[in-house]
Design a protein around this ligand. Structure first.
Ligand code: GLU
Ligand code: MG
Length: 467
């Protein structure tokens, strides 16, 4: 479970002695440094690192970093909002001790996600992890709802020896092909060993559809832990690949054409520990609250896209009939609907039933994406929103009149269109607060401007190795 309370100057009660013991244990095992990780508004993982012995000082007083990264773009240029993007000021990074883990793929290193607070000891309003902690804490306090979440990870594996900037798939076999599994057998085995050593519960790993693509899914956790885990797993996938002479990319679209890399979110709501998506009187066992939650996610999806598909490259992936879920529709196990209702096997529904949200990729900051999807769902739940009729099959085949009659609409086809929908969405903006909401808008418009006039191939190339 995640500690949901904010860090405080001097450290949360008990943190300093715990960090002191941890630091000496890690040093004894040859861990030299600790990576302090967060994800910026653009979805880029940023880090600082400290020698292991500095851990107690870091949990007490934090580690300095400029707030300017909140409005960095993927190419490291900077945009501004009313309050962000200036060279002034400093924030303190506070490592989350309950998530600190020795990196099996990077001997000598440990890793921890951070919350960011000001020098005055206030939570930083631009901190996405703090945002998600608060959304989750508030849902529990106000509504008695808790969540289980998981983020799927798809990535492309390329040859490390490829010419700079190019992607040359490291495997040649077909989708889900046994040949691919054999070709990357040693890499995949080392990856599984590293993740197991880090306590990551992998559920599946397989060769996926696109050239060189693999996918990995992990067990569900509370949302903050699930977001932390998504960042950690990607760090490990990358680190192990390098040791095998491979280069990986989580970009939504390695190439302009074809199937992209998704980062589908799985989410279920619980009340008193009971899964609201199973054993109810609604469709496929959903309770009335779970149906309304799904209706809320569907209703806000066009605006959510600005958060869950944040890169110009995201819109190369978000195309019909490629399992990315680009229509505002839901269906049971329908892989072309944006929201897929997963019931799981008879006999295990209480554990397994959940919603999968598909128009999400791994350029998305996972804390912002989960927090906003939850805020959208809770808006549906608290307003008793009505879930429309389900669809079956590929909504791309509906004639325009049929699609209209069923309320099935294409999600935004460009980042500026998504931003327009986001700006008009008071529920998401309120959940994020003005500082984060303005940062999302400014960063997205900055990314759109950065690729203005580029053709699709150049857009794919511009982001190929950023995520
Ligand atoms: N690669 C697809 C995507 O872009 C997803 C395939 C799947 O359903 O796993 O989202
Ligand atoms: Mg997949």
């Amino acid at each position: 479970m995640t500690t949901l309370v904010d860090p405080v100057p001097g450290g949360r009660p008990g943190d300093v002695p715990r960090a002191t013991a941890l630091a000496s244990e890690l040093s004894g095992r040859g861990v030299r440094g600790i990576v302090l990780a967060y994800v910026d508004t653009a979805g880029i993982g940023r880090v600082k690192a400290i020698p292991t012995a500095r851990l107690p000082a870091a949990v007490a007083w934090g580690v300095g970093m400029s707030p300017v990264f909140d409005t960095f773009l993927a190419d490291d240029s900077i945009v501004t909002t009313d309050v962000l993007g200036s060279p002034d000021g400093d924030l303190r990074l506070y490592p989350a001790l309950d998530r600190l883990v020795e990196l099996a793929g990077q001997p000598g290193w440990a890793w921890a996600p951070v919350d960011r607070i000001t020098q005055e000891g206030e939570p930083h309003p631009g901190c996405s992890r703090t945002f998600l902690r608060r959304v989750v804490a508030d849902a529990e306090e106000r509504l008695g709802i808790t969540f289980e979440a998981g983020i799927e990870i798809e990535w492309a594996v390329g040859l490390g020896s490829a010419p700079e900037g190019d992607f040359v798939p490291a495997v040649s076999g077909p989708a889900y092909g046994a040949t691919r599994q054999v070709e990357l057998s040693d890499y995949a085995a080392d990856l599984l060993a590293a993740l197991a050593a880090q306590g990551v519960d992998v559920e599946q790993i397989h060769p996926e559809y696109a050239p060189g693509q693999f996918e990995l899914s992990v067990a569900a956790l509370d949302p903050v832990a699930a977001a932390d885990r998504s960042v950690l797993v990607r760090q490990t996938v990358r680190a192990v690949a390098r040791r095998h002479g491979l280069r990986v990319s989580f970009t939504p679209a390695v190439s302009a054409e074809g199937v992209g890399n998704g980062g589908h979110i799985h989410l279920s709501c619980r009340r008193d520990g009971r899964n609201l998506h199973a054993g109810g009187g609604g469709r496929y066992g959903m309770t009335a609250e779970a149906e309304s939650f799904a209706a809320g996610v569907l209703a806000h999806l066009p605006a959510l896209t600005a958060v869950t598909a944040p890169s110009p490259a995201s819109y190369l992936r978000l195309k019909p009939s490629q399992w990315a879920g680009v229509f505002t529709a839901w269906g049971r196990e329908t892989r072309e609907a944006a929201v897929r209702v997963v019931t799981g096997m008879t006999g295990r529904r209480e554990q397994s039933a959940n919603l999968e949200v598909k128009p999400v990729d791994l350029a998305a900051n996972p804390y912002l994406a989960l927090g906003c999807v939850i805020a959208a769902g809770l808006d549906g739940m608290t307003s008793a929103a009505v879930l429309p009729e389900e669809i079956t099959g590929d909504p791309a085949r509906f004639a325009p009149e049929e699609a209209e009659a069923r309320g099935v609409r294409r999600l935004p086809t460009s980042l500026p269109e998504a931003v327009e929908r986001f700006r008009a969405d008071e529920v998401l903006r309120t959940a994020l607060g003005p500082v984060l909401a303005d940062a999302v808008t400014a960063v997205r418009l900055g990314e759109a401007a950065a690729v203005h006039g580029l053709d699709d191939a150049r857009v794919a190339a511009a982001y190929r190795w950023k995520y």
